[in-house]
Design a protein around this ligand. Structure first.
Ligand SMILES: [Zn+2]
Ligand SMILES: [Zn+2]
Length: 337
């Protein structure tokens, strides 16, 4: 079977793999859809410090079960499934604290181990969730939307609080939809006005263009001049990482889910003067996946607006090049396998 391999920066090729076997505790999945993630694009560009080359990318999977091992009960052939792409070691402090999403030795599909840009993968049954009422496009969106929902959970949003989300990629959109579902009043911020419609459809009440609007002035009027209780940063640039601290209300919560590519320096006096809670957010738990599946079944995500285009597996290399050439033009690219 064919698989896309990233050899090194911007160099891809197709290779032939032997289809995987299905062990007793495993599920064999026919991959139907793979979402291209920003982390896959970074791997392609050579900017992903976690990637192990040569790398078969792909961890946002929608598929159908081809076979199950003799010990598997909860999943059956023909089930539509989404995959949980991360492993956990079970012995690090994150795992022992019940937060395996932040495992110190996490191995993600398509990053540190072989991914799903190929027609078949075998995964442990506990890394698969069944959702027969959803289509493959919806299933392939569940992973990045779960990462966004996890960031909103980390913010511990209360009903009626103003929540600013910086960055309207799929993770930011996932945070917007989750924050709205949790009762937050959401302000979306992006540098691309084309994101206004999709952010609104996810539940944002307001949208601001970070290049055209004085965001500090606009957000400073929220909550009778107190500002947003929560800021979620889903970009990963120095400027927006600093901006989050500026924008948030005194004693607010800042959640960082955007992965910074280089170190950021800032005025730490603001942390203590505002007595902020600053929290990282990494990956997603199985509970987050289940919450997204529930919201998806309620049609809370504008799937057609989020998906910018489809490419067949044989043109997956072109999908990377097109996305890299105009990142703002795409929200989510799907590879049809
Ligand atoms: Zn991803
Ligand atoms: Zn661990």
């Amino acid at each position: 079977m064919k698989a896309l391999v990233i050899d090194t920066e911007s160099r891809t090729r197709f290779t032939e793999l032997t289809p995987p076997e299905c062990r007793a505790d495993e599920v064999l999945i026919n991959v139907r859809r793979v979402g291209l993630c920003g982390s896959d694009l970074n791997t392609w560009r050579g900017f992903n410090p976690l990637a192990v080359y040569p790398c078969i990318p792909g961890h946002e999977i929608g598929g159908v079960v081809a076979a199950v091992g003799s010990g598997v009960r909860a999943v059956a052939p023909g089930d539509r499934v989404v995959a949980l792409p991360c492993t956990e070691c079970g012995v690090c402090s994150a795992c022992l604290n019940g937060r395996p999403n932040a495992c110190k030795d996490n191995q993600t599909l398509g990053v540190q181990r072989q991914g799903a840009m190929t027609p078949m993968v075998a995964l442990p049954a506990h890394k698969v969730l069944v959702a027969n009422e959803l289509g493959y496009d919806e299933l392939a969106l569940v992973e990045p939307l779960s990462v966004g929902l996890h960031a909103a959970r980390r913010a511990q949003i209360n009903v009626g609080e103003w929540v600013a989300v910086i960055g309207c990629g799929v993770i930011g959109l996932g945070a917007i939809a989750a924050a709205a579902a949790m009762g937050g009043r959401v302000v979306a911020i992006d540098i691309d006005r084309r994101k206004r419609e999709v952010a609104g459809a996810c539940g944002a009440e307001r949208f601001y263009d970070n290049r055209e609007t004085d965001i500090a002035a606009a957000l400073g009027e929220l909550d009778q001049g107190r500002g947003p209780a929560v800021v979620i940063e889903a970009v990963g640039l120095s400027a927006t990482i600093e901006q989050a601290i500026e924008l948030v209300a005194f004693t607010g919560r800042v959640v960082y889910v955007g992965y910074a590519k280089k170190p950021v320096s800032y005025d730490s006096a603001r942390f203590l003067l505002k007595e902020l809670d600053i929290r990282g957010s990494r990956n997603a738990t199985v509970a987050d996946f289940r919450a997204v599946l529930a919201l998806m079944a309620l049609r809370r995500y504008p799937v057609e607006l989020i998906i910018s285009g489809h490419y067949p597996l044989g043109q997956a290399d072109r999908a990377f090049a097109d996305w890299a050439a105009d990142p703002g033009a795409y929200t989510k690219i799907m590879i049809d396998v």
